[in-house]
Ligand binder design. Structure first.
Ligand SMILES: Nc1ncnc2c1ncn2[C@@H]1O[C@H](COP(=O)(O)OP(=O)(O)OP(=O)(O)O)[C@@H](O)[C@H]1O
Ligand SMILES: [Mg+2]
Length: 367
């Protein structure tokens, strides 16, 4: 964590984040918890062993005191039921739901992979000057699978509501992506309540309509997935780092500075068609996004051969991490240190533009 708050899964305001009890070694119903895998805003995920079927599983423990009061355990169970019936080879299967006095838990398929946030971190560890990002080919492959899943789930009437790198697990050996926590955010992710100054959710990936607390449809997932693709493409999400509630407010108001630019604005090495593809899913008004996951998938498949050919021909610069958050690029966006509408360092000037032009500043030396 490091910082005083964690941006991608956060509870602030009235709800205080406290250390969650360690349940390692405990047996819950048919499973014994062996080792903590990770921790989110609501609870802890463990590697576990299901004694009845002698198989490794994952168990997500959700503490009752972390639940939004609007959502009763009964509602939680109902939601789990819906998700358990969402059977797809790229969705983590839920095997069982159980309750204890202080917490509830799900037994689910154990994925032998890493989350996209861990994946990106690993990529960033590559030594300079080649700090490699995921290849376009990997991103296309990943996006194809995620959009298939979203298209399937949306048809079943289930919106994920919390698509973010932590909820997308990547299995490198077969380049498969598994989607976690489907629909669960509906139960515990209330977004921003100004009166109570209560935030629960993932401000970096939240869609404007979710930030306003409106009813959502599948296009909210497209927005969040657009954020993920933008982050994978650049190595960082081009938003100003500020207090999470500010990010919620910026999103809710559909402010033009929701992002400090699109992929191509920050890195000329990114093919423009890829940048535009992502940008369309990130439109503040959902009517201006793709009509649904199916349309976005069709467009991806249209673009894929051209993008892959560009990459295979070596036409693209190997992606290297630029310095993150290095300035605004949206017309009219005004941030300290850079005049409105100027291009960031390293970006060639277009005729008539008054931007600073190619960077003469120091090379990026770390993430
Ligand atoms: N079925 C699973 N198999 C393997 N690892 C998993 C599984 N489910 C979750 N994880 C890992 O456990 C970590 C914690 O997951 P968890 O859902 O509790 O938190 P989160 O996704 O970071 O945040 P949030 O609570 O907001 O959903 C994830 O980042 C993921 O890497
Ligand atoms: Mg999760």
């Amino acid at each position: 964590m490091g910082a005083a708050f964690r941006l991608n899964a956060i509870i602030v305001g009235m709800t205080q984040s406290r250390a969650l009890p360690d349940l390692t070694g405990q047996t819950l119903g048919t499973v014994t918890l062996l080792q903590k895998i990770g921790e989110g805003s609501m609870g802890v995920v463990y590697r576990a062993f299901q004694n009845t079927l002698s198989r490794p599983v994952a168990v997500k423990v959700v503490f009752r005191n972390k639940l939004n009061k609007l959502f009763t355990p009964e509602r939680f169970r109902q939601e789990a039921e819906v998700v358990a019936n969402l059977l797809h080879s790229n969705i983590i299967t839920i095997f069982e739901f159980g309750e204890q006095p202080d917490f509830m838990y799900f037994v689910m398929q154990l994925v032998d992979g890493i989350s996209l946030s861990q994946w990106l971190k690993q990529k960033k560890k590559h030594p300079l000057p080649r700090k490699r990002l995921p290849s376009l080919d990997d991103m296309i492959h990943l996006a194809d699978q995620v959009l298939e899943v979203l298209s399937f789930a949306h048809k079943e009437g289930v919106v994920h509501r919390d698509i973010k790198p932590e909820n997308l697990l990547w299995i490198e050996r077969n380049r498969k992506v598994m989607v976690a926590d489907f629909g669960l955010a509906a139960v515990y992710h209330t977004i921003y309540d100004e009166e109570k100054a209560f935030i629960l959710g993932s401000p970096l990936y939240v869609s404007p309509e979710q930030a306003r607390g409106e009813a959502v449809d599948g296009r909210a997932d497209l927005f969040s997935f657009g954020c993920v693709l933008l982050e994978l493409t650049l190595g960082f999400l081009p938003v100003k780092v500020e207090r999470p509630e500010r990010i919620f407010q910026t999103r809710a108001k559909e402010s033009p500075d929701m992002f400090t630019g699109m992929a191509h604005d920050h890195s000329p090495a990114v093919p423009r068609i890829w940048s535009e593809f992502i940008a369309r899913s990130l439109q503040a008004k959902r009517e201006q996004r793709f009509t649904g996951a199916e349309q976005m998938l069709a467009q991806l498949r249209n673009l894929a051969p051209g993008l892959r050919a560009l990459e295979a021909a070596g036409a693209l610069e190997p992606p290297v991490f630029p310095p993150p958050y290095n300035g605004p690029t949206l017309p009219g966006a005004n941030f300290p240190g850079r005049p409105a509408g100027t291009v960031p360092p390293g970006q060639p000037k277009k005729p008539g533009e008054t931007g600073p032009g190619p960077s003469t500043g120091p090379a990026f030396t770390g993430s």
